[in-house]
Design a protein around this ligand. Structure first.
Ligand SMILES: [Zn+2]
Length: 166
């Protein structure tokens, strides 16, 4: 049995009660979180429940074109008023470089590829958070009325630390 088959079996059981049925598509607490796909981060870490917030995830917790698209939809269509950007210690993207990663994958596949254009690797997690905040604040469609704050999540202590602007 593959993991996907296990998930399908679990979903069959879930659907008998479907306790999240009453949720609306609008985040109850009007919060959008942009964070890494890392397994160690979850809504539990943030004291959130399903339905409270939009959680937008990608490798690194990077303000990419697509993350921006989601955040704009989140605010204008679904009413979120605060944005949290969370990067974390021990991120996979800190342990490599663009060139390293590209070479490693090319060696494994024997093929070159144009996309993704960037993996958004980084060395300094605080600096990386600041860069994401700058990208958001500079965007004409993220209004000043929307609170935008950045954090580093320490995977060892389980604590969030706020990163103030440079
Ligand atoms: Zn990560």
């Amino acid at each position: 049995m593959s993991v996907i088959d296990e998930v399908l079996a679990a979903n069959e059981i879930y659907s008998r009660t479907h306790e999240l049925r009453k949720l609306t598509p609008r985040p109850e607490r009007r919060l959008a979180v942009l964070t890494c796909m890392d397994t160690r981060l979850s809504i539990r870490t943030l004291g959130l429940r399903t339905g409270d917030a939009h959680v937008i995830r990608n490798a690194g917790g990077i303000v990419t074109e697509d993350a921006l698209r989601s955040l704009v939809v989140s605010h204008y269509l679904l009413g979120t008023e605060e944005i949290m950007v969370i990067n974390h210690t021990d991120c996979g993207l800190m342990h490599t470089t663009e060139q390293d990663l590209r070479t490693r994958i090319q060696n494994r596949t024997g093929k070159a590829a144009a996309a993704p254009a960037s993996f958004y690797t980084f060395q300094n997690v605080e600096e990386n958070v600041r860069r994401q905040l700058q990208k958001l604040r500079a965007h004409p469609w993220i209004p000043e009325s929307v609170a935008v704050r950045g954090f580093v999540y320490d995977v060892t202590s389980g604590r969030l630390r706020e990163i103030k602007d440079a």
